[in-house]
Design a binder for this molecule. Structure first.
Ligand SMILES: Nc1ncnc2c1ncn2[C@@H]1O[C@H](COP(=O)(O)OP(=O)(O)OP(=O)(O)O)[C@@H](O)[C@H]1O
Length: 240
């Protein structure tokens, strides 16, 4: 179980952007979190992915309370979660060729010997040919780079996936392809998914359950949030 209880988080002391958020994802379950732009979805997703320490509240992962975030999180907890962000260029080291980018978590965890086989397997899964694996991020499209970032998120076979607007920059066919990769992975590994976004049509078709930001939090985001209503984006067709 991935459980967030009474989570308050933000960037400045005394000015939380997430207030008292409660959210639970069960093993194997996919939960879509819908909210308007700027409400704090990415911040909460980063807390759930152990990348941003909350100011208050608890995160519990598979029954163990999380006490450290980022590099302070125990390896067993860090590696249990795969994360995909909205903007692949901000989350990819520009110096790495795609094959090394995909293998990065293996190297970081002392499992370099698995890199060749896992990269071959995953590049096939996400639809990246050999020619692309030898290129650096500036030599591929956003969609191709996001495919590599998704492969990187899966390389350690996480039990949980957190997708923060993973498809926001992608066209409809790439969106459908990446959602299908996530869904195949989830059914093969019984992995739980938290995916955040503002496209109601996409999340309702993709997920077992969708929750609205105002249903899981106690208050509005910091000033400047809530500019657009949820679900106003152009619909994206997801097969199935
Ligand atoms: N690193 C940061 N430092 C300071 N403020 C930040 C930072 N990141 C986000 N914020 C602020 O926190 C609030 C919530 O941002 P967040 O990115 O979590 O919202 P969001 O719901 O994911 O938005 P979007 O759908 O537009 O990506 C916004 O007001 C934003 O300006």
């Amino acid at each position: 179980m991935l459980e967030l209880a009474a989570v308050t988080a933000g960037y400045e002391r005394g000015r939380p952007v997430v207030r008292d958020a409660d959210l639970t994802v069960r093993p194997g379950e996919s939960v879509g979190l819908l909210g308007p732009s700027g409400c704090g979805k990415s911040t909460l997703a980063r807390v759930a992915a152990l990348l941003h320490r909350p100011d208050a509240g608890t995160v519990t992962l598979d029954g163990t309370r999380v006490r450290g975030w980022r590099h302070r999180a125990p390896r067993a907890q860090r590696t249990a979660i795969g994360v995909v962000f909205q903007q692949p260029r901000l989350s990819a080291d520009p110096r790495l060729r795609l094959r090394d980018l995909i293998a990065e978590p293996l190297r970081a965890n002392g499992r370099r010997d698995e890199a060749a086989s896992r990269v071959a397997e995953l590049s096939d899964t996400v639809g990246l040919g050999d020619d692309l694996l030898g290129r650096r991020p500036h030599e591929v499209s956003d969609g191709q780079l996001q495919r590599a970032c998704l492969a990187r998120a899966l390389v350690l076979k996480p039990r949980w996936l957190v997708c923060d607007e993973m498809t926001a920059m992608l066209d409809a066919s790439t969106t459908a392809a990446l959602v299908a990769v996530v869904e195949d992975y989830r059914s093969a590994h019984h992995a739980g998914l938290l995916t955040v976004g503002h496209d109601r049509v996409l999340l309702e078709r993709w997920c077992d359950r969708t929750v609205r930001w105002d249903e899981i939090t106690a208050g509005a985001a910091a000033a400047g949030g809530a500019a657009t209503p949820a679900g106003d984006a152009a619909p994206v067709v997801v097969p199935g």
